[in-house]
Design a protein around this ligand. Structure first.
Ligand code: HAM
Length: 433
C-alpha cells in the first residue's frame, strides 16, 4: 500500500534548514524569559477536557482535539496552556509568589487553516501568578516587547492594550443594550469593514443607532497616555479607577522603555472568556497578519479550579505569525543549519587521523563532521558547503608527512597550511573558539 506522505492539514514537516530559524526564535523567546526571571515548566500535552469545558465556554472549546481514551477518560490535546497552568497553581499551595513561569511547546486546535493559523502550532507562554498590580502587568508587556527588540522587529509591531471592564462600562453607560453581544463583534472589528461591522452588530440584535455608537466609541485608540483624558470623560464614575490604572500602566511602560511600541485600543476584547480586565494583542504595524501574540489578566480562573484564589496575568507568543512577519520583512531565514568544522580526509589511509581531529575539536565544543561515506575530495568539499561548514580541515597523507594540515576558510575560499598540532591554537587566534 502506498502511504500518503503529506502531513495532516495544518501540521508541518519542518526539516533542519527550516527548523533552524524556528529554533533561533525559540532561543530568543526563552533567553528573554530567563532574563526576566521566569522559570521553565514542562506540563503534559494531554489533559482532561473538563479544564476547558467546565469553565465558561469560549472560542477554543469548539476547536479542541478531544477524544475518549481506552480507559474511557474524556481527554484533549491542549489547545492552550492557561487552564493547565491554573490547575498546576491550584494544586501546589506551597508555591511562593510571585510565581513566574514560561514554556514553549505544541498546542492543537481544529481551526480553519490560514496564513499564521495552524492546527498544530507552537506557543510560548509567560505568566505571573499571585500578584495583582500594575507593575506585574507592565513587566509582562515589557517581556513581550523585549523579544521583538531582540529580533529587531520592534518598529514593525504594535501592541494594542485595553481593559475589558472599561469597554463594557463605557458601552453600558452610553445606553448600549446587549453589551455582551456587542463585545463579541468588537473583538472582530479589525478584520471587518465598517459596513460589515455594523451589519454584524445588527445581526446580534443591536439597533442601527446603537451599532453606530459602538463603532464610534471603540475608535478610541492611540498612545496610552494621550487617551486618558478622553477615557476619563467617556467612562462612568464607577470605572474611573480602571482609567487611573491604565494611566499608571502607561507610565510604567514608559519606565520600562517600551511605551513606543504600545497603544491603547478600546476595540481589543480577545476571544477567551477568562480575562477579567487588562487584555492586549500584538499585530504587525501594517495590520496584514493575524495576531502575533495575545494575553491579559485572568484573576478568577485559578479560583474556578479549587478553593484558592490567585490573580494572574500573562500572554502566549505565537511563533507562526512571527515567522510570517520575518518573511514579510525579508528576514527569513534568520538561520540555516551550520557546522563549525568539516574534517576532510584526502584518502582512506588518514581516516583515523581525521576522526582524531574530530574528537579533539568536539571537546572544544565545536560542531564537527567527518566523512562517513568514503567520498572523494571534491564531493566532500561539496558536502561541507551543503552543511554550511565554516572551516574545512584538510588532512592528507603527504601534508602529514611534513607535519602539516590545511585549513580552508569557506567564506573567503582562502587556504592556510598550519602545523598538524596547531589547529586549536589556530582557531583560537581567529577567535573561532
Ligand atoms: P490566544 O489568543 O488564543 O491566547 O493565542 C495566543 C497567540 O497564539 C495568538 O495571538 C497567535 O499568535 C497564536 N495562535 C493561536 N492560535 C493559533 C493557531 N491556530 N496557529 C498558530 N498560532 C496560533 C491564548 O492562547 C492564551 N492562553 C494566552 C494567555 C496566556 N493568556 C494568558 N496567559
Amino acid at each position: 500500500m502506498a502511504i500518503n506522505l503529506e502531513s495532516l492539514k495544518g501540521t508541518y514537516d519542518r526539516y533542519p534548514n527550516e527548523w533552524a530559524t524556528w529554533k533561533h526564535l525559540i532561543e530568543t523567546v526563552e533567553e528573554t524569559a530567563e532574563e526576566f526571571g521566569f522559570r521553565q515548566i514542562e506540563p503534559p500535552s494531554i489533559e482532561r477536557q473538563e479544564l476547558w469545558t467546565e469553565k465558561e465556554e469560549d472560542s477554543v472549546t469548539d476547536e479542541m482535539y478531544a477524544f475518549t481514551d481506552k480507559g474511557d477518560n474524556e481527554i484533549t490535546l491542549v489547545p492552550e496552556q492557561t487552564p493547565t497552568r491554573a490547575r498546576l497553581i491550584q494544586k501546589r499551595k506551597d508555591l511562593k509568589t510571585p510565581v513566574k513561569w514560561y514554556n514553549t511547546s505544541k498546542r492543537w486546535r481544529y481551526e480553519d487553516v490560514t496564513r499564521g493559523r495552524d492546527r498544530e502550532f507552537l506557543q510560548g507562554d509567560f505568566d505571573i501568578f499571585g500578584v495583582e498590580s500594575v507593575e506585574t502587568d507592565a513587566e509582562i508587556i515589557a517581556a513581550a516587547a523585549t523579544i521583538y527588540r531582540k529580533l529587531d522587529l520592534d518598529n514593525r509591531v504594535k501592541f494594542l492594550i485595553n481593559d475589558r471592564e472599561l469597554l463594557e462600562s463605557i458601552l453600558e453607560s452610553h445606553g448600549i443594550e446587549k453589551t455582551e453581544e456587542a463585545m463579541k463583534v468588537v473583538d472582530d472589528k479589525e478584520k471587518l469593514s465598517r459596513e460589515e461591522f455594523l451589519d454584524d452588530l445588527g445581526e446580534r440584535g443591536l439597533s442601527r443607532e446603537d451599532a453606530e455608537q459602538v463603532d464610534e466609541l471603540t475608535d478610541i485608540s492611540g498612545p496610552i497616555l494621550d487617551q486618558i483624558d478622553e477615557l476619563r470623560e467617556k467612562a462612568p464614575e464607577e470605572v474611573q479607577d480602571s482609567v487611573n490604572r491604565m494611566e499608571s500602566l502607561g507610565e510604567a511602560l514608559e519606565a520600562y522603555g517600551v511605551a513606543d511600541m504600545c497603544r491603547f485600543d478600546l476595540s481589543i476584547v480577545r476571544g477567551l472568556a477568562y480575562y477579567t480586565g487588562l487584555v492586549f494583542e500584538a499585530f504587525d504595524s501594517e495590520g496584514e497578519l493575524r495576531a502575533l501574540f495575545g494575553g491579559g489578566r485572568y484573576d478568577e480562573l485559578v479560583g474556578q479550579f479549587g478553593d484558592r484564589e490567585v490573580p494572574a496575568v500573562g500572554f502566549a507568543f505565537g511563533y507562526s505569525t512571527t515567522i510570517e512577519l520575518l518573511k514579510k520583512e525579508d528576514r527569513y531565514p534568520l538561520k540555516e543549519v551550520e557546522t563549525d568544522v568539516y574534517v576532510l580526509s584526502v584518502s582512506d589511509s588518514v581516516r583515523d587521523v581525521a576522526l582524531d581531529y574530530g574528537v579533539k575539536l568536539r571537546e572544544k565544543g565545536l560542531s564537527v563532521e567527518t566523512d562517513l561515506v568514503g567520498r572523494g575530495f571534491g564531493s566532500q568539499l561539496g558536502y561541507a558547503d551543503d552543511i554550511n561548514a565554516k572551516r574545512v580541515l584538510i588532512v592528507g597523507e603527504r601534508d602529514l608527512e611534513n607535519d602539516q594540515v590545511t585549513v580552508k576558510h569557506m567564506e573567503s575560499g582562502e587556504e592556510e597550511e598550519i602545523g598538524k598540532d596547531e589547529i586549536i591554537e589556530h582557531l583560537k587566534s581567529e577567535n573561532f573558539i
